[in-house]
Design a binder for this molecule. Sequence first.
Ligand code: DGY
Length: 332
Amino acid sequence: MAEPRPRVWLARPLFEDITARLDGHFDVVRTPVEDRYPPAAVAGHLREIDGALVTLSEKIGAEEIAGAARLRAIANVAVGYDNLDLPALTAAGVLVTNTPDVLTETTADFGFALLMATARRITEAERWLREGRWDRWSFDRLLGADLHGSTLGILGMGRIGQGIARRAGGFDMRVLYHNRSRLPAETESACKARYVGFAELLAQADHLMLVLPYTAQTHHVIDAAALAKMKPTATLVNIARGGIVDEPALIDALAHGRLAAAGLDVYEGEPAVRPELLALRNVVLTPHIASASPATRRAMVALAVDNLIAALGCGPDAGRPSAPVNAGKMKR
Ligand code: DGY
């Protein structure tokens, strides 16, 4: 008798033409509509399945996998995986994969767009114009901060940070970075970026871009003390994860002129955004869209599908998904 096929849960309706490949290997439990799952619903979906393809909206930890005895693999459709409790999943023997590389350039493009919009007050100016307040051209209205000739600080110098640094070269910016570990000299020179300590990065940056992973160690790394080290004329851009910034401290700095402006694509309680942020003039707010281009979103789903097929021991790369996060750390 033929072996039963593994069962996988597809947590979102994602590019049907791409996810159809899963049907060649698995019995696929599909989700017809976008939904927000409370923990109990996620736990219910994971109970009788061998693998899952999820997005950053699905939070999965010990509680959600408590009844998921068959679960062996989770393919996250994102490069960040702070939605997944890695120690809990690793201890339970669940292989986690992510989607690096395919989103690097699109995300770096967006980081730069958000930086420009923030520094040059583009959305603020547009709001002002739409409100019908433009009565005459004025020499000193809506003055913004230059990018060219300024110092860009990059906190987190992985693939996306390096993509931002390469773009900054085209704007004649001086690039400083801080990272868990210093990059090899050839990478630094390709990015024309200089390594500095965290305090120096904060003090020197005219524009500070956050591109680091969110972990217990990076939680609120931009807090009131860090913000106090920044220039009051500086801009801050966060395309990483909301929890990296202490939002009340940021709001206070922006409201009291201790920081010129912020561009935020991510929020601590997203999709909820603090009303104090919505009320501020000097922030540009976007709804976590840094990787949102059709080609990139399709490439992310394709990679996650490949990862899941390989992680569950099928397809040409059986057992060797190309983007494992916790391979080799498994406790069972
Ligand atoms: C990621 O991949 O981590 C982004 O935040 C969503 O594309």
